[in-house]
Design a protein around this ligand. Structure first.
Ligand SMILES: [Fe+2]
Length: 331
């Protein structure tokens, strides 16, 4: 049972009756102008107007606290599954979200950290070359690696949320896909952060770099560039990187981390597949040849050149064509 303070108890009571809620009780309150109404949590859910998915995603994106972000993303995904969200794919929703973003950005101008993405004050973000070496022979070195992976997953949660709220006029399945990615990335972050705590450290204890988010920011104006260069370029590198990391962690005796990376690799194949699928959709929609378009976008946005060894089987499962895989290994 929850108490809600209201200023106009009679109007609220009429509204609750209108909503079909007959179980509320008025309760005494501290001022003569306000009353408390006792409601069950179920009643509150029934009262709330349907939330719009892309607006919810933006709210999750601006959340700075990692644990709160994970909880918010999980709740958003559950609400969507329960049919408690609407979806507005139109530009109006994007404009409303942009207005909220501008307000949040203005608000953040005098504050730190910035509103988009919401993230904690730590870890400090530095150039990749400033990051120290990780030795798997020490607990600290292993914790540094787990921390780096947790940071990637935290950023990946943000990039999925950004893909979800920012781009209008995509098919409904696009938004459902990126909602799924955001929920899975949040789970990945939570698993790694929990493992890091077991090692005696916390997210924020080491410096990190911001390369992933920098590409998200650069591609904010075009969903085609976003799909080309974030999921199917930067996230695809994760498919290549995970098996060697698992070998290192396995040699260091960290079976728990290896098991977490098994889950992450399985899910990341799906995320890259989503990127590939929507990249193909957008190329067809715009009448573009996908290979030449990708090459042009990689040049325009200064995407990093993929470096082997490549996890060709995972990339194949993620939807890269034989021609693309052959081009990777020929370079
Ligand atoms: Fe992930």
């Amino acid at each position: 049972m929850t108490l809600i303070l209201i200023d106009r108890p009679r109007r609220a009571a009429r509204y609750l009756l209108h909503c079909g809620l007959h179980t509320f009780k008025e309760a005494p309150c501290t001022t003569s102008f306000r009353r408390a109404i006792a409601l069950t949590a179920m009643d509150i859910d029934a009262m709330a107007p349907p939330a719009e998915l892309r607006a919810l995603a933006l709210a999750c994106l601006t959340e700075a606290d990692p644990d709160a972000k994970v909880a918010a993303v999980t709740a958003m995904a559950a609400a969507w599954r329960a049919g408690a969200c609407t979806l507005d794919t139109g530009a109006n929703a994007a404009a409303a979200a942009s207005a909220a973003t501008s307000a949040a950005a203005a608000n953040a101008a005098a504050q730190s950290p910035p509103a988009i993405p919401g993230r904690p004050a730590r870890p400090a973000l530095v150039h990749p070359r400033m990051l120290g070496q990780r030795s798997m022979a020490t607990l600290e070195g292993r914790a540094m690696l787990i921390h780096a992976l947790a940071h990637i997953e935290f950023n990946a949660t943000n990039l999925a949320l950004d893909a979800l709220w920012r781009f209008p006029d995509m098919p409904p399945e696009y938004y459902a896909d990126w909602l799924r990615v955001s929920a899975e990335e949040a789970t990945h972050y939570a698993m790694l952060a929990a493992h890091l705590r077991q090692l005696g450290y916390a997210y924020g204890d080491f410096a990190a770099h911001d390369s992933l988010w920098e590409m998200v920011h650069k591609t904010r104006g075009d969903v085609l560039a976003r799909m080309a260069l974030v999921p199917r370029t930067l996230e695809a590198r994760g498919l290549d990187a995970i098996p060697p990391l698992q070998a290192k962690l396995g040699q260091a005796g960290d079976a728990a981390a290896v098991a977490i990376l098994d889950i992450i690799l399985r899910d990341e194949i799906g995320h890259v597949e989503i990127g590939n699928r929507w990249y193909g959709h957008l190329c067809r929609q715009r009448g573009l040849e996908p290979y030449a378009t990708y090459a042009a976008l990689a040049l325009q946005y200064k995407a990093p050149t993929p470096r082997g060894p490549f996890n060709l089987e995972a990339r194949r499962q993620a939807g890269f064509t034989d021609a693309e895989l052959a081009a990777l290994t020929a370079d």
